[in-house]
Design a protein around this ligand. Structure first.
Ligand code: ADP
Ligand code: MG
Length: 263
């Protein structure tokens, strides 16, 4: 795939990509149902600070639901979710604390269409974090520079390309100073020529040591950046391994079948 080639032409600086002993996110025996439908079954997952995890698997296997549970966009019914030492319960204060720790980037950008790029980036810092407006704007410009679109700050989302909008969405999440970033298929709604710019932005984040959980089928990105690839099927984690082992020596038949379909 062209995006794979795009990722591979870039030498990655691993000096800050160290995995800490400290735990960033822990899921223990986590289960979720949508009504009668058992969508996540006994999920156990420990993500250390600085880890970069790629989650893949067939459509409908529960990948989005899993990462949406981590910042309570979906509610789990059994087991534990602990983010940076805070257990996620129905306590609204805990939910707020966890949402401040966790940034999320979606497939469809989800920018506010009636707000400028700058306003998209300052809204939550001003209203949720109570950051003074000037400071929030400075932070926003800092992150817009990092995703290489400061010149778009006063435009509206509809005036930007898909790739640019997705980079804004990443900048907007970073403005809340998260310790963990969740990505749900951030490139799958993009035209091929825009995938590279978004993957490059994500690689940059990884190089800075960000803890990342990425649902993606960009296997070039997984090989280069992930320290662990997780394969999900029918609500379960079927297999996980470091990328080399995962791709060269998949253990389960379901993983082999999946890889044969996407590679
Ligand atoms: P993936 O991201 O791996 O494609 P999802 O987490 O989106 O999978 O969905 C897992 C399963 O849960 C699918 O069968 C989907 O139809 C179902 N599902 C997702 N969201 C809901 C919902 N809000 N209500 C009922 N079922 C849902
Ligand atoms: Mg999904």
């Amino acid at each position: 795939a062209p995006a794979d080639a795009a990722v591979q032409d870039r030498a990655i600086d691993r000096s800050n990509m160290k995995v800490s002993d400290e735990i960033a996110v822990e899921l223990v025996g986590m289960n979720k149902w949508y009504g009668e439908f058992h969508v996540l079954k006994d999920i156990n997952l420990t993500v250390n600070k600085g880890e970069r995890i790629v989650i893949c698997g067939p459509s409908g296997s529960g990948k989005s639901t899993l990462i949406r549970c981590i910042n309570r966009l979906e509610e789990h019914q059994k087991g534990r979710i602990i983010v940076d030492g805070i257990e996620l319960t129905s306590d609204l204060k805990k939910i707020d604390e966890i949402r401040r720790e966790v940034g999320m980037v979606f497939q469809h950008f989800n920018l506010f269409p009636h707000l400028t790029i700058l306003e998209n980036c300052t809204l939550a810092p001003i209203w949720v974090r109570k950051v003074p407006k000037r400071e929030a704007e400075q932070t926003a410009m800092h992150f817009l520079e990092r995703v290489r679109i400061p010149e778009q700050a006063n435009k509206y989302p509809g005036q930007l390309s898909g790739g640019q909008q997705q980079r804004v969405a990443i900048a907007r999440a970073l403005c809340m100073r998260p310790n963990v970033m969740l990505f749900d298929e951030p490139t799958s709604a993009l035209d091929p020529e825009m995938i590279k710019e978004v993957l490059d932005t994500m690689i940059g984040l990884a190089e800075e040591g960000m803890t990342m959980l990425c649902v993606t089928h960009e296997m070039g990105f997984a090989r280069q950046v992930a320290n662990r690839v997780i394969f999900m099927d029918r609500g379960q984690i079927v297999e996980q391994n470091e990328p080399e082992e995962f791709f060269n020596n998949p253990r389960s038949d379901r993983t082999k079948l999946f890889l044969s379909q996407i590679l």
